[in-house]
Design a protein around this ligand. Structure first.
Ligand SMILES: Cc1cc2nc3c(=O)[nH]c(=O)nc-3n(C[C@H](O)[C@H](O)[C@H](O)COP(=O)(O)OP(=O)(O)OC[C@H]3O[C@@H](n4cnc5c(N)ncnc54)[C@H](O)[C@@H]3O)c2cc1C
Length: 342
């Protein structure tokens, strides 16, 4: 595995840090993705109990919420059915108990509050641990190396890379491109044939310098999106995320003031004491590589978070590109890739 910087430095340290089924994907009928994610959530929780913690998410429904309570209830029922983990089934709490637990959250117009469970992780640590496990199973992991060229013939790929000790060449009949949102740039740079294209959708999170909620919250916006408020280290709160289509290269994408203000507005719709730019102590940005069918003009929210494995055979060589996906589904994705290796 050749990584140009350090393992996890890309999208995998800038996610919402949830190991989740993706409750909102039920709305767009992505049942297969939700089922697979919930299966992987359970497996990651069992494999890395010190890094994946199941926590409650509070989901209040208000009079002005765009999705009514019965729709939320139906979605949560399906989530429970798919998860096959009865100990983490959703429940309902009364408004009075919610108001006592969340004194900083408005209760005017509150209809119902549901509690469901999902996993929370340290995405960077989890990614590094998985790489470490791969290393333990015999995978050579090289950080801080720059791929200089990819050549080859019908029998073998030749990859020339450079690190602090000089230039090295590796030869293999199989090459896997798992460059996340950089995948198209890698394809272009090394002239690798491919069948799909990537859409880059950036997402930011802001970290507020105080604890505005005691537990995780899943909230609806007034444009039919959703966002999270998640208790963060040292009494802070993480709020995210946004979706912005990007047309520049991945390394040029920057946090936009509009997105920061959007998140502040989303949070302030629910908070008694408003948060402002002055409360932000940290902002981070990641890029979702979303695979989309050609000529599809749907907006980023409804684009699939599913992944595609693209296989190019030439003579005795095989090139595998991994497009899209979620941190949560990394195990299933890896298994599907390895099944296609042999
Ligand atoms: C805002 C946001 C929130 C998200 N929240 C969640 C969530 O809560 N839960 C969840 O399951 N998923 C979430 N995701 C999705 C998840 O983060 C990604 O699916 C996952 O991190 C992608 O991992 P990856 O290894 O494919 O890509 P990356 O982690 O980006 O890794 C790609 C690596 O390729 C390297 N690279 C690039 N070019 C080269 C080159 N030429 N040579 C060598 N190396 C190269 C990069 O340095 C990088 O480290 C979120 C994504 C975003 C953007």
């Amino acid at each position: 595995m050749l990584e140009r910087f350090t393992i996890g430095c890309g999208t995998s340290s800038n996610s919402s840090k949830l190991i989740h089924g993706g409750l909102r994907y039920l709305e767009t009928g992505r049942f297969g993705l939700v089922k697979e994610s919930l299966k992987d959530r359970k497996r990651l929780f069992e494999l890395y109990p010190d890094l994946v913690e199941m926590v409650p998410f509070y989901l209040p429904v208000y009079d002005d919420s765009l999705r009514p309570w019965w729709m939320i209830r139906t979605g949560l029922g399906m989530y429970d059915l798919f998860s096959q983990q009865p100990q983490y089934h959703c429940r309902y709490i009364n408004n009075k108990d919610f108001a006592e637990k969340f004194p900083g959250v408005k209760t005017a117009g509150l209809r119902r509050v549901y509690v469901y469970y999902d996993g929370k992780t340290n995405d960077l640590e989890l990614t590094r641990r998985i790489a470490q496990d791969a290393f333990g199973s015999g995978c050579a992991v090289r950080e801080n190396c720059q791929v200089v060229s990819v050549d080859g013939d019908d029998k073998v790929f030749r990859v020339l890379y450079r690190d602090s000790s000089g230039e090295h060449e590796v030869e293999a009949p199989l090459l896997i491109n798992a460059a996340g949102p950089w995948i198209d740039e890698v394809n272009a740079k090394y002239c690798l044939p491919h069948n799909y294209r990537n859409n880059k959708v950036s997402g930011i999170h802001i970290v507020i310098n105080r604890a505005v909620v005691p537990e995780c919250m899943f909230l609806q916006t007034n444009n039919r999106r959703i966002f999270f408020m998640i208790p963060w280290d040292e009494g802070k709160t993480m709020i995210g995320t946004t979706e912005r289509m990007e047309n520049c290269t991945c390394d040029e994408v920057q946090v936009q003031e509009d997105d920061v203000n959007y998140l502040l507005d989303c949070a302030n719709h629910y908070l008694r004491e408003a948060v402002s730019q002055d409360d932000i102590c940290h902002t981070f940005l990641g890029i979702r590589p979303l695979v989309m069918d050609k000529n599809d003009n749907t907006d980023a929210t409804s684009m699939s978070r599913d992944y595609k494995i693209d296989i190019i055979r030439q003579g005795e060589t095989k090139l595998i590109h991994v497009y899209g996906g979620k941190l949560t589904t990394c195990l299933s994705m890896a298994e599907k890739v390895s099944a296609r290796v042999s």
